[in-house]
Design a binder for this molecule. Structure first.
Ligand code: BES
Ligand code: MN
Ligand code: ZN
Length: 510
């Protein structure tokens, strides 16, 4: 997908389709006004006569536009001007690109950077355009015998009215293109069924990424034998009932000028199917537990975005992959296991398996002496009850890290909400027989799950993202969302910016 940036007169732009956002009332935005002038007031008249309803998310194709270089015009409703900020802007983008994806067009030119948003510049708007394009063009039909024709759109030109914004728009589109592709890569991994996307499949994907990276990504796979030798018995306990062997996948990207610079570590929950194990889940919607590796998928998607952007940061991406099945050999409620850290855990519920794979991965992360560790997991149904499907749950042992992640979520419009991780909650994990239990009862299930992880994250700044409510959509639109690839990529890009500021300060002091 190409996202060239053009300044100058939009009336002269030769394209299959001009995409023009318009408010429900009030003045036309700059590009729309110039097109209006050049086309015998085509847009103004459509609005005045009520022939185009510019409510938010409405679109209308105008098949013929006199005086313009474009073959057609797609009007996109922005709704009321005073209500049109980020959320509305994104809704309009989605409406526009959903419509464009179904049309037999190879290219279009969009004037979305014209839309004034209080806190956002042209780079942000361009990024959102590129992300929305990839989101709308995404298809997952590998398993359908009859495939609908693939969308044709291959070029989206960004029409920028203010020349001074062109460079920003270009950079924003570059980031959005990478993030959009990362999001779609995560969606595909998430959407793949459990009989295809197994722990070894994920390991193969990592190896393929490493090969394709031309040396930029180092990949190491720990198989069950290596995990046994290491002492990662907690991770291994989860896959014990499965025919599919567990894997710990480690991917390293060294982008910082100083290779010794402490890396940022991402840890993804990769339960490729979660039946609950012996604490078997009820049957309803159990198919959706193929999405229980969406944390891992978001780590893969972020690695892809980072490989495309190549920021100057060091990154270690770890995926803890296992399949949670009931079986004669499966872990049972009451079993006591020894974690890689050495703490013993009483497994009171085999369905609380995510924390059992993550705790060993967190301990493994220690060896990289990380600057920060962020784990991403579809960890608790309770998080859906607390936050629904809009916000990712965020818990951390370090308030600065929590703030950095909240900021990154705002910037990427992939938002998280901070929940408390107070000591008072820890005692819910007390066990009569081991160092701790793997469940903390019904109250504050998301927090006690994070409390469990925090016991394994005491030597570095750590945060946990519970994406149970945000990683996929159920119902008719069932499918993985690719969240929080946007947040994570932004978080890493911000760390690069931090490093630049720090080195700058040092040079000044010298
Ligand atoms: N993968 C699930 C969490 C989940 C459930 C995410 C539904 C999204 C939708 C996790 O492994 C799990 O089963 N958690 C249990 C924990 C409980 C046993 C303490 C849960 O949330 O019920
Ligand atoms: Mn479970
Ligand atoms: Zn799970």
């Amino acid at each position: 997908m190409e996202f060239p940036v053009k300044t100058g007169n939009p009336a002269k732009v030769e394209t299959a389709c001009l995409v023009i956002p318009v408010y429900q009332e009030g003045e036309l935005l700059p590009a729309a006004a110039r097109l209006d002038d050049a086309s015998e007031r085509l847009i103004g008249q459509l609005l005045e006569r009520g022939d185009f309803d510019a409510r938010l998310g409405k679109v209308q194709m105008v098949p013929f536009a006199p005086g313009l270089g474009a073959e057609r015009l797609l009007l996109v409703g922005l709704g009321k001007r005073d209500k049109c900020q980020e959320a509305a802007f994104r809704k309009a983008l989605d409406a526009a690109f959903t419509a464009l994806a179904d049309l037999p067009l190879d290219d279009c030119a969009v004037a979305f950077t014209d839309v004034p948003l209080d806190e956002r510049d042209a780079a942000w708007k361009a990024r959102m355009v590129a992300e929305a394009t990839h989101r709308a063009l995404y298809r997952f039909n590998d398993f359908k015998s009859e495939k609908a024709p693939a969308p044709r759109l291959a070029q989206v030109t960004l029409l920028v009215s203010d020349d001074g914004d062109a460079a920003d728009a270009r950079e924003g589109a570059r980031i959005g293109d990478a993030v959009g592709q990362g999001i779609n890569a995560a969606r595909t991994l998430g959407n793949l069924p459990g009989n295809v996307c197994t722990p070894s499949y994920l390991a193969e994907r990592a190896e393929a990424l490493g090969k394709a990276s031309g040396g930029a990504l180092q990949v190491e796979i720990l198989d069950e034998e290596a995990l046994e030798a290491l002492g990662a018995h907690s991770l291994l306990s989860v896959g014990r009932g499965s025919e599919q062997p567990s894997r710990l996948i480690v991917m390293q990207y060294q982008g910082a000028e100083n290779p010794e610079e402490a890396p940022h570590v991402l840890v993804g929950k990769g339960i490729t199917f979660d039946t609950g194990g012996i604490s078997l889940k009820p049957g309803e919607a159990m198919d959706e537990m193929k999405f229980d590796m969406c944390g891992a998928a978001s780590v893969f998607g972020t690695v892809e975005a980072i490989l495309a952007i190549r920021p100057k940061v060091n990154l270690v991406a770890i995926v803890a992959a296992a399949e949670n099945m009931p079986d004669g050999r499966a872990t049972k409620p009451g079993d006591i296991i020894r974690t890689l850290k050495g703490l013993s855990v009483e497994v009171l519920n085999t369905d609380a398996e995510g924390r059992l794979v993550l705790c060993d991965a967190l301990t493994y992360a220690e060896r990289f002496e990380p600057a920060s560790v962020v784990d991403i997991a579809t960890l608790t149904g309770a998080c859906i009850i607390a936050l629904g499907h809009h916000a990712t749950g965020l818990l951390a042992n370090d308030d600065d890290l929590a703030l950095d992640l909240l900021d990154a979520g705002e910037a990427a419009w992939d938002r998280a909400w901070h929940l408390p991780l107070w000591d008072e909650y820890q005692e819910q994990l007390d066990s009569n027989f081991a160092d701790l239990a793997n469940i903390g009862g019904r109250p504050a299930g998301t927090i006690t799950a994070a409390c469990f992880l925090s016991r394994f994250a005491d030597t570095f700044p750590w945060a946990h993202l519970d994406i149970a409510g945000t990683a996929w959509t159920s119902g008719k639109q069932k499918g993985a969302s690719g969240r929080p690839v946007g947040l994570l990529t932004q978080y890493l890009l911000d760390r690069e910016a931090d490093a630049v500021v720090e080195t700058g300060a040092e040079t000044e002091a010298e």
